[in-house]
Design a protein. Structure first.
Length: 402
């Protein structure tokens, strides 16, 4: 591995390089800096050196990968409480589009134990092939064995694209796998497409606090890896009939699992449910969300009451979560959850771009705000301009008497 280059005749032993290193990777020996294993060639020491005695090695271009040897679009089939996570179905829907664009198979990677009919369910939602790994050591998710099993499968079958849900599991597993495979990973994508010229995956995600959208490609490595937040894409309708395009719809390929792949330094002793998260926002069909425009924590109770009358879930903007009116589990937006309910009622939420990024997938958006120029109205299907507290009280009264 290359190292920082030292010109001893220029070094004055001032130790500026030691204090400038953010990784504590530089030490002094016999009056000269030594670069340890923690050095990642960031170049901070070279910039700090007043005599120009340190130089960062020139970057070497990655060799071009043979893209033709990689085929297939894989979706990691995350399991939650014995069922497929909803984001898996959403990724299969988007993966189907990418597969049809490129003429490749859409596949699912399913890991666990005693998985029953889950392979058939994946097929019903569009998977042409299911790569199945069943073992008692995989019954509960742990990073190390899951990453090892997936890495072995990827190295054997060489998919071109690998997609994950940006869930707690996906955010833990995908980076570890990308590091093993020495490829890139684009996190929290909001859009996926194929570049017609190169065939590379166009991975679009918010950047700079959500103020711009950046499109990222992985031109020199395979597989191309991306994670997508739940609620961004729509799942396809379930279809239990074999597809005409691929005669082997739902073919199951059992992966060989050697014992060395199953070692782990962690042990799961049990699970404790988070008491504050009483609803699953990502699966809710109706969400009533409150913002700072409600005026006080006491008025937030109106949001909760309306949500209860509508059989919906309670959401919130970051501002009220920061104020302590409600727990983070209810936060919607770029730094919270992405949702796509049938009905979203935004109460006293101005509509900052970061919040809109988390709820603009809703089918119907009703905005209530006293400011007619609030950005939320641009995204709304229906808008109510007025005092949010009075409007909420009126809506609650109508529902109770109607």
């Amino acid at each position: 591995m290359p190292s920082m280059k030292l010109f001893p005749d220029k070094c004055g032993g001032c130790e500026e390089c030691v204090s400038s290193c953010p990784y504590d990777a530089v030490t002094m020996r016999d009056g000269r800096p030594v670069f340890g294993d923690a050095c990642n060639l960031c170049g901070a020491c070279a910039e700090a050196c007043p005599s120009g005695a340190i130089e960062r090695p020139a970057a070497t271009a990655s060799p071009a990968v043979d893209k033709t040897s990689y085929r297939g679009i894989w979706v990691f089939a995350e399991i939650r409480d014995g069922r497929l996570a909803r984001v898996v179905l959403e990724l299969l829907g988007e993966g189907r589009k990418l597969a049809d664009q490129t003429g490749q198979n859409l596949c699912a990677a399913l890991l666990g134990n005693d998985l029953g009919t889950l392979p058939e369910e994946l097929a019903a939602y569009g998977a042409d092939r299911v790569f199945l790994a069943e073992h008692s050591a995989l019954a509960v998710f742990r990073d190390e064995p899951y990453a090892a099993v997936l890495a072995a499968a990827v190295n054997q079958y060489r998919p071109s694209i690998l997609l994950f849900g940006a869930t707690a599991t996906g955010r833990s597993l995908a980076p570890r796998l990308a590091a093993r495979l020495r490829t890139g990973l684009t996190a929290d994508c909001t859009g996926l497409d194929i570049d017609r010229g190169s065939g590379d995956l166009l991975q679009t995600r918010p950047a700079f606090g959500g103020n711009i959208l950046a499109t990222i490609i992985t031109p020199n490595h395979r597989p191309q890896m991306a994670s997508v937040r739940p609620g961004v894409f729509k799942p396809l309708q379930r279809d239990d009939h074999p597809g005409a395009r691929f005669s082997g719809r739902g073919e199951v390929v059992r992966l060989n699992i050697s014992d060395d792949l199953l070692t782990a330094r962690t042990k799961v002793s049990g699970f404790t449910a988070e008491e504050t998260e009483t609803v699953n926002l990502e699966d809710a069909s109706v969400i009533v969300a409150g913002g700072r425009g409600l005026g006080s924590a006491g008025n937030f109770a109106l949001v909760e009451e309306l949500a209860g009358l509508l059989g919906g879930a309670v959401g919130a903007s970051r501002a009220v979560v920061d104020e302590g009116w409600i727990s983070y589990a209810h936060q919607i937006g770029q730094t919270g959850k992405t949702v796509a309910p049938r009905l979203y009622i935004a109460c006293g939420i101005s509509g900052a771009v970061q919040h809109l990024a988390g709820m603009q997938g809703a089918e119907i958006i009703v905005a209530i705000n006293k400011n007619p120029e609030a950005p939320v109205f641009k995204a709304a299907t229906f808008g109510l301009v007025g005092d949010v507290v009075q409007i909420l009280k009126e809506l609650i009264g109508q529902l109770k008497t109607g």
